[in-house]
Design a protein around this ligand. Structure first.
Ligand SMILES: [Zn+2]
Length: 341
C-alpha cells in the first residue's frame, strides 16, 4: 500500500515477452529448438493480471452500504475532549485522575459497567490502576472491543502537560461511542468500550514499564475465556489532530486494517488513512500477543515531525472536530461491517 513500485506487472511481462522473442530468434539462428518456457512469477498473462488487479481493487465492495452511513456527533465529541482536558494533568495516582474516573462513570449511568481494578507495582512506586468497561450486548455471539486510554503521561506531570490529544481524544471518542450505543438494541455483536488506565510509561517505555492496564486485562480475559469471544479489538489513540492521518500499524492484524480502510472509503475518508507505515506499541499489544485480531487506530505523527507528542504543546488548539468525525464515523462503519461478517 505504501510502496509504489513505479511500474506495472503487465509492463514487465511485455518487456519479458520481447526479450523472449529475441532469445528465440537468436536460438533459431543457431538452429537450436526454442521451447516456450513458463515464466515463474511474472508469468501471469497481462489480461489475467488486469482481472486480478480489478478483483483486488473491488474487494469488500460487496459490503457497500445500502443504508445511510452511521455517524457520530462530532461537536459533542469535541466538547467531551475539551471537558476531559480541562481537568488538567490526569496521571496515575493524581486527584484529577480520580475526578476523571468519576466523570466517565457518571456518563455511563444505566449502562452495564465492569471495572478491572488493581495495584500496579512500578519503578516509581505503587499505583491504583482501573480499567472501566461498558458493555452493550448484541444478539450475535461474539464481542467487538474498543479501547482508549484515559490517563495522561506521568513523567510530564509537572510540566503543565494536559494531553488533549494523547489521553483526551481517546477518552472522549469512547464517551461519544457510548452515546451512540446507549438504549439501542444491537442485532450484531456485543460492543464493549474500555477506558484503559496506565497505558503510559512511568519512567521510560519498556515491556515492563508501559501498558499496565491492558497487560492486566488481557491476562484476566485470557483466564476467564473472554479473549476467545473477541472478534475484533480496536484501540483509539491520538485521533484528534488537525488533518489526522491514521498510521498503517504493522503490529496490527492485516484483515482488520483492510476492513477499516473499506469503512473509511465508504465515508470518503480514505486520504486520512495509512499514508505511513510503522510498528506501533500501544494498548493492543497484550492482545496481539494472545492472538486476538487487533488494530491500533493511532494518528501519528502528531504535528510536523511529531513535535506536539508528549510535550506541553499537546493542547486543544491543535485538534479538530472534523478529525474526530473522520475516525469516529469510520469506526462505527467498521462495527457495521464486522456485524455483517
Ligand atoms: Zn502517550
Amino acid at each position: 500500500m505504501t510502496a509504489n513500485p513505479g511500474f506495472s506487472r503487465s509492463a514487465v511481462t511485455s518487456l519479458w515477452s520481447r526479450f523472449r522473442l529475441w532469445l528465440c530468434l537468436i536460438m533459431l539462428w543457431s538452429t537450436v529448438a526454442c521451447k516456450e518456457v513458463p515464466i515463474p512469477s511474472a508469468g501471469i498473462p497481462a489480461a489475467a493480471a488486469t482481472v486480478a488487479a480489478r478483483e483486488e481493487a473491488t474487494a469488500g465492495k460487496d459490503l457497500a452500504p445500502d443504508s445511510p452511513l452511521p455517524h457520530i456527533d462530532a461537536k459533542r465529541a469535541f466538547a467531551y475532549t475539551r471537558e476531559v482536558t480541562a481537568f488538567g494533568p490526569r496521571y496515575m495516582g493524581s486527584e484529577n485522575h480520580k475526578k476523571l474516573e468519576r466523570y466517565i462513570l457518571d456518563h455511563l449511568k444505566g449502562d452495564q459497567i465492569e471495572e478491572d481494578a488493581f495495584t500496579a507495582d512500578t519503578v516509581e512506586g505503587k499505583f491504583p490502576v482501573r480499567n472501566i468497561i461498558a458493555k452493550f450486548p448484541g444478539k450475535k455471539d461474539g464481542i467487538i472491543a474498543i479501547l482508549g486510554h484515559y490517563e495522561t503521561n506521568y513523567p510530564l506531570r509537572t510540566t503543565g502537560y494536559v494531553g488533549a490529544n494523547d489521553g483526551g481524544t481517546s477518552t472522549a471518542i469512547l464517551l461519544e461511542f457510548a452515546d451512540q450505543l446507549q438504549g439501542k438494541p444491537r442485532d450484531g455483536y456485543s460492543v464493549w468500550l474500555v477506558w484503559t488506565d496506565g497505558e503510559e510509561a512511568v519512567k521510560s517505555w519498556s515491556s515492563t514499564d508501559s501498558l499496565y492496564g491492558t497487560r492486566h486485562l488481557a491476562e484476566k480475559w485470557e483466564k476467564d475465556g473472554t479473549l476467545k469471544k473477541i472478534k475484533a479489538l480496536m484501540v483509539m489513540d491520538m485521533i484528534g489532530a488537525q488533518d489526522v492521518n491514521i498510521l498503517h500499524d504493522s503490529n496490527s492484524t492485516p484483515w482488520l486494517l483492510d476492513l477499516i480502510r473499506t469503512a473509511a472509503e465508504h465515508g470518503g475518508y480514505q486520504s486520512h488513512f495509512y499514508a505511513l507505515q510503522a510498528g506501533e506499541e500501544d494498548d493492543h499489544i497484550p492482545f496481539v500477543q494472545r492472538g486476538v485480531p487487533c488494530a491500533d487506530v493511532i494518528g501519528v505523527p502528531y504535528g510536523y515531525n511529531d513535535v506536539f507528542h508528549h510535550t506541553p504543546q499537546d493542547t486543544m488548539d491543535k485538534l479538530s472536530p472534523k478529525s474526530l468525525e473522520i475516525v469516529g464515523n469510520t469506526i462505527l462503519e467498521t462495527i457495521r461491517l464486522l456485524d455483517q461478517r
